[in-house]
Every structure is written in structure tokens, then in C-alpha cells.
Design a protein around this ligand. Sequence first.
Ligand code: SF4
Ligand code: SF4
Length: 379
Amino acid sequence: MRMRKLGGTGIQVSEIGLGCEHLQWKDEGLIRDVIHAALDGGVNILDVFMSEREVRSNIGKALKGRRNQVILQGHLGSCWLDGQHRRSNDPALTVENFEDFMTRLGTDYVDLALLHHVDTDENLDAMVNGGPLEYGLKLKKAGAIRFIGMSSHNPAVALRAVEEGVVDMLMFSINPAFDLLGDHSKSGQLVPGSEGTGDIHAERKKLYETCEARGVGITVMKAFGSGMLLGEKTSPLGKAMTVNQLIRYALNRPAVASVLVGMQTVREVEEALAYESAADEACDYADVLSGALTGTAEGRCMYCNHCLPCPAMLDIAQINKYLDLALLGSGATDTLKDHYLSLAHHAGECLGCGSCETLCPFGVSIVERMQTARDLFGK
Ligand code: SF4
Ligand code: SF4
């Protein structure tokens, strides 16, 4: 496994890391197998943003006796309340949930503690001027946190945090679709790409270059767009890319130290780790990206559940996943319907309140999609 320095932190991280979000709701044995396969393959950095208690406990069990092999990335403000995940700036909730994180992960220190899911200036202000950053800095002083970071999908807000010196490192969503097509910042300005691969949004380019210049290392999330970019039908680029190409693309951005792949089976671990021995030609993405500006990444669900909490207790990510499988795959098959119907709550229960849409970083029309899912699956 090739290692990279995470900017000014000086920490050496494996260029392929493990994003644990897809391990939620998986059983203890599978979680252990995936984590052990990743660690045995040389992975040394794990992101655990989930606030759900059982997955935290199971990851903690998998790391028993191996904590010192891992750079642990946890989140301040990733909270569990009333049976659902929510991001929060509330000081008391932040403390309760971070203490729970450390207890369940079986550790008395966290290497990288990230202000969680900061996509607006208001949230950044609340994190910085309220409890979460203050609490994080207190733990840093006490040695329980090594470095403060931030997770964000918004280049303008992330850039502000970097330029104001709030963070030591950053977790950011990077893939060719977001860089070339997605414009969450609404800047709308494109600048020429440096690799003959089309244009990249100016604000995202500036973010990566500023991070590089200031020694703020980046860990990458959503490198495959939650699998969307791996399929010709699902990719807004209009072409399928491979795991190798997408890992290489993200690693080629300035300041990037590690791509945190959301592996959920041992097979997916092996597939991601195969990048380390892949031939250069197998990772080259220039041909795939040339002339690929055909769609938009905006509005595509990444199945991240950052839109929770939902007053109707809907698992919005899972409903969107089943809907995409039906719309982009082979329709609403009986098997797919069975899976959908086994959910505790269904799209037909949506109240249309719209609170989810204000939280979604990817501009998904959730209310409309819930109606589509209700009509398609009949509930
Ligand atoms: S709707 Fe948005 S926030 Fe919710 S799971 Fe999809 S991408 Fe994530
Ligand atoms: S609009 Fe529907 S899915 Fe979104 S938070 Fe409200 S009830 Fe939940």
C-alpha cells in the first residue's frame, strides 16, 4: 500500500482508506470481515461518521486489539436522537455523541475529529462560534483529539474554513461528475482542465489548490458517486468509469492524501485494493472524460442520509436507492418490491414538509421522488 502525508498534520495515511458508512445495518461478522480485510491489505485510515449506536459498537469490536494500526476519523456534531441520525451544532448533543463514539470505538483518543457536514455559512458560524469547535479544541489540548477537520460538500464553505484557519484537514466529496458537472456552489464558472479532460468548476479547483498551498490535506468521500459513476446508465457523464480510474482521478487532485472507499463486502475491499497493483493504462481516465460533459450531477441521490431527521421516520437514502434501482435498472421487480415493502416506513407516509431538501447537499428533489416511489411501489 502506498502511503501519503496528510498535509501539515504529518500523519501518514494509506492512499486507499475505508469509509464505513455502508457498514451501517450490516451484521457484526460482516463488519469485522470487511475491516480486517482492509487492514490486512494495508489500509490504515477509517472514517466513521455514523451516529447509530450498533454500527459504532460493531466497528469497535472489529478494531479490538488493532486500534494502534488505525488513523481514526470521527465526527463532531454527528448525533443520534429519537431513533434517527441528525447533524447538530448543539454543544450538549455534540459532547454526548462524541463521548459515545469514543466509548463504543474503544479508544481514548481520536486522530482526526471533523466538524460534521458543514455545507452552509450559517452552519460553519454555528460550529465555530458555538460548542463543537470549542469542545474539539479542548479535547485537542487534552490530547484526546490529534487534529481538527471538517466534512463538507460545498467548495465555498470548505474554502472559507481553510482560509480562516479553522481546520487542520478536510474531508470533501470529489469525483469527475462533481468536478466537471455538479455545481453545488452555484458559481457557474468553468475553467480549463489541466489534463485535456474538459473543464473543472473554478471554486472546486481553487479549493484543492488552496488546500495544497496551505498544507490542509484532504480525505475524499463519494469518489464513485455512491456507485453512480460505475454504470453507463447511471453516470451523468454518459460513460461508465472503473474503480481504478475513479481512485486515480481523486488521488490526482491537489492536496488529496487518501480516498475513503465505501466498501461493504470483502470482495469490494479486494477490488479497491487491486488499484495498488493495477497497470497505469488501467487507471488512465483521460479518454473516458474527454467529451463527457453531457449531463448533470446535481439532483442525483448519493444515499448518504444527510437529509435526516425525517418527521415521518423515512429512511430516505434507502427509498431513493430502491427507486433508482427501479428507474435505472430493470423496473420495479417483485424482489425489489419485497425489499421496499420490508422497510419500516414507506414513501407514501411522506408529509411533504421539505425539511430534508434543505439538508440535502446534492439538490435532490426528495418530496417529488417520494411521490414517485409511492406510485411505483404502491405504498
Ligand atoms: S436525498 Fe440527498 S441527503 Fe438524502 S440520501 Fe440522497 S443525497 Fe443524501
Ligand atoms: S418531505 Fe417527506 S421525506 Fe422529507 S423530511 Fe418531510 S416527511 Fe420526511
